[in-house]
Design a protein around this ligand. Structure first.
Ligand SMILES: CCCCCCCCCCC/C=C/C(=O)SCCNC(=O)CCNC(=O)[C@H](O)C(C)(C)COP(=O)(O)OP(=O)(O)OC[C@H]1O[C@@H](n2cnc3c(N)ncnc32)[C@H](O)[C@@H]1OP(=O)(O)O
Length: 364
């Protein structure tokens, strides 16, 4: 039906708003911005809000889209909204039909799938469409899952990723939701969050195993220095491009990496951003063993199930004996790294790198 000659009623408008919620496929940022702008124009009229600051990327993009509609009348905006939604209709389907393996809640977590069986608690990053980038919610959920795993009856805990990536590290959109207190407050809160997050890995009482199913970036790599074993597919790569991002090492890697792989090799990774293959990471001691991707899951899980049959108290006590001497030192290093990073996040070097990624000008 050609709706352009018609005037959309309030009911049509409301129906379209409901249809948007049922979109199966993400229509993309450009369409979402258009929908947002038309909705605001249809309900509030022309944009007369103050322009958001340069760091507030998402709100600035929304403001730009709304402001670009100028003095378009409310009725016309309502009609354009209805037309735009109806043009998206091929992708309108019930949200219950979402395929498995997408970013949907399955176990009380939005960003993780956490399962426990055969003496193993598995924490799987579950944002495959975003390469398992760690957003603020995921930082909190990982901490919650680790705290629960430390108390459950499993013998070992495993972290892995859903999809083709292990994790692409910190979600760079974490830089965009700036609170009323401004970017300084955001940096301060983020340093507190990061310190608590890394602290959960330092204090974890059971063997912590990484099953690195694909490329790993940033904090998902640095944390590996705090794991008890790291098994990697030969598809995995290990990349810590902190200087490129105007940032500095975290996850205690400024301390663990030089110890694990020698100061010079750690420098190549942490300062110069050298990306290691799984084989190279194994040669440097960061990875315990590499498996061909075709047999990776089968071989690793067979091995982990055997580990999980060991006597639980012996396993836990041995981990304590191996790790306890280092714990205090690691907490000190963690605090220092977070402190330095807090300053880095406010630097032009970091801001430019994040803006370039978010405006699609750069990728690693
Ligand atoms: C003011 C202070 C606030 C600070 C808050 C910080 C809190 C704690 C920080 C702790 C310190 C951590 C540091 C790090 O981890 S540094 C590493 C950061 N990661 C990156 O820089 C990776 C960026 N991603 C890429 O370069 C590429 O996406 C990648 C090479 C990983 C994959 O490329 P490919 O072409 O294969 O795939 P796409 O780029 O198309 O990716 C698919 C979609 O996923 C989105 N994506 C992927 N990674 C990230 C990410 N890290 N952050 C945000 N979004 C990510 C990508 O944009 C695509 O999305 P769309 O489909 O919507 O376009």
């Amino acid at each position: 039906m050609n709706r352009t000659a018609m005037r959309a009623s309030q009911k049509d408008f409301e129906n379209s708003m409901n249809q948007v919620k049922l979109l199966k496929k993400d229509p993309g940022n450009e369409v979402k911005l258009k929908l947002y702008a038309l909705y605001k124009q249809a309900t509030e009229g022309p944009c007369n809000m103050p322009k958001p600051g340069v760091f507030d990327l998402i709100n600035k993009a929304k403001w730009d889209a709304w402001n670009a509609l100028g003095s378009l009348p409310k009725e016309a905006a309502r009609q354009n909204y209805v037309d735009l939604v109806s043009s998206l209709s091929p992708s309108l389907e019930s949200s219950s039909q979402v395929e498995p393996g997408t970013d949907r809640k399955s176990t009380g977590f939005e960003t993780l799938v956490v399962t426990s069986e055969d003496g193993i608690t598995k924490i799987m990053f579950n944002r495959p469409k975003k390469k398992n980038a760690i957003n603020t919610e995921m930082y909190h959920e990982i901490m919650r899952a680790l705290k629960a795993a430390s108390k459950d009856d499993s013998i070992i805990t495993v972290l892995t990723g859903n999809g083709d990536y292990y994790s692409s590290g910190n979600d760079l959109t974490n830089f965009t939701d700036i609170p009323p207190g401004g970017v300084e407050e955001k940096a301060e809160n983020s340093a507190v969050l990061l310190r608590e997050f890394v602290g959960c890995f330092i204090d974890f009482p059971k063997p912590l195993i990484a099953v690195v199913n694909g490329p790993a970036v940033g904090i998902s790599v640095t944390l590996l220095g705090l794991f008890d074993a790291v098994y990697a597919s030969d598809r995995a790569t290990f990349h810590t491009p902190f200087s490129h991002l105007g940032q500095s090492p975290e996850g205690c890697s400024s301390y663990t990496f030089p110890k694990i792989m020698s100061p010079a090799k750690a420098t190549e990774m942490l300062i110069f951003g050298k990306k290691l293959t799984a084989g190279e990471a194994c040669a440097q001691g960061l990875v315990t063993e590499v498996f061909p991707d075709s047999t990776f899951q089968k071989e690793v899980w067979t091995r982990l199930k055997a580990f999980a049959k060991l006597p639980p108290n012996a396993v836990r006590i041995s981990k304590e004996v191996i790790r306890k001497r280092e714990r205090e030192k690691l907490h000190t290093v963690n605090a220092e790294e977070c402190n330095v990073l807090q300053g880095r996040w406010l630097s032009d070097e970091c801001t430019n790198a994040v803006v370039n990624f978010l405006s699609r000008k750069s990728k690693l």
